[in-house]
Design a protein around this ligand. Structure first.
Ligand SMILES: C[S@@+](CC[C@H](N)C(=O)[O-])C[C@H]1O[C@@H](n2cnc3c(N)ncnc32)[C@H](O)[C@@H]1O
Length: 292
């Protein structure tokens, strides 16, 4: 177990407060208006806490958890560049999990978010987002909004995030979470556009995209997603049989003669990772998956 028992007991108390409908500890309004120039200290824990409390008004207990997970992500090279370090440190994961999971929000684990699906672990979010190397102003498409955490992280890298979720009530719940957070001053989430649809077909009207991140597992790259990825664009996608996908980085390049080249590499060096399935919408009903 990574966190000591006192801290675990304290965070369990926080979870219980939330579950009872009482205000959680991280409910303050954000004191400093968001901008891409805001930069929390990346190298010193005490400086980070002080800065975050002053500028983001967040709760010390969660900040401590976030910092210790950050140190592990750095050690494992799940994040390595300044934009992703900043994005991880600025994203309050505790706002995107179920109250009963608040006591393990920064664990190295996926967590249930209801509707039979999960929020991916911080290591997976960190590494998949780091490999697509998002630059400010780029357009990014996410397939599988889920809890909203991944898109929230992305909105600290660019102000053009598009995210699709297939489960209608989950899409609506997460939209409500963003809107509530925007009202509290997390204005970076204004850069996230969401819709409820089957993400297999991408979002042609909003594309093409510089980067695409797929957070559900499938046995092939959906052709519409590849088509909507710009030349020199990068996609991170879990490909493989149910429950044992390999997370691939896909780089699309188009030669002068129009030929498209797709280079693939495994971002976990062949280690299988289990993902929620890439399901299929038939009319209004989710039926089976898009696997061949
Ligand atoms: C691992 S979970 C959520 C991860 C999410 N990015 C997060 O930060 O919480 C994957 C999500 O993909 C969604 N999903 C599965 N198939 C989909 C599809 N065809 N189109 C859009 N979303 C899909 C699931 O409903 C689920 O919410």
């Amino acid at each position: 177990m990574r966190i000591d028992m006192n801290r675990r007991a304290f965070l369990t108390g926080v979870a219980a407060l939330g579950a009872a409908g009482l205000p959680g500890l991280a409910r303050a309004n954000v004191p400093t208006p968001y901008s891409f120039d805001l930069m929390p200290p990346l190298d010193d824990e005490a400086d980070y806490f002080k800065w975050m409390q002053q500028n983001r008004g967040e709760d010390a207990a969660f900040l401590k958890e976030r910092w210790s997970r950050y140190r592990v992500l750095l050690a494992n090279r799940d994040v390595w560049d300044v934009p992703n370090k900043r994005a991880f440190l600025l994203t309050p994961r505790e706002e995107f999990v179920l109250k009963q999971n608040l006591n393990r929000v920064y664990d190295h684990a996926y967590l249930d978010i209801g509707f039979g699906v999960t929020i991916s672990g911080p290591h997976l979010v960190g590494r998949m987002t780091s490999v697509i190397d998002v630059k400010q102003g780029e357009k990014v498409l996410e397939i599988g909004t889920g809890s909203g955490y991944q898109s929230a992280y992305l909105s600290n890298l660019t102000d053009k995030v598009y995210s699709i979720e297939i489960i209608k009530p989950l899409a609506a719940r997460t939209r409500g979470i963003y809107d509530g957070l925007i009202a509290r001053g997390y204005t970076e989430y204004k850069g996230i556009t969401t819709k409820n649809a089957d993400g297999y077909y991408g979002w042609a009207e909003a594309g093409p995209f510089d980067k695409i991140i797929v957070t559900c597992g499938i046995d092939h790259v959906p052709p519409p997603l590849l088509q909507q990825l710009r030349n020199n664009g990068i996609m991170a996608i879990p490909i493989g049989p149910p429950g044992a996908q390999r997370v691939l980085k896909i780089v699309k390049t188009q030669a002068a003669d129009g030929n498209i080249n797709v280079a693939r590499s495994d971002i976990f060096n062949g280690k299988p990772v289990a993902f929620v399935p890439f399901t299929k919408l038939e009319g209004d009903v989710i039926k089976g998956t898009h696997n061949n």
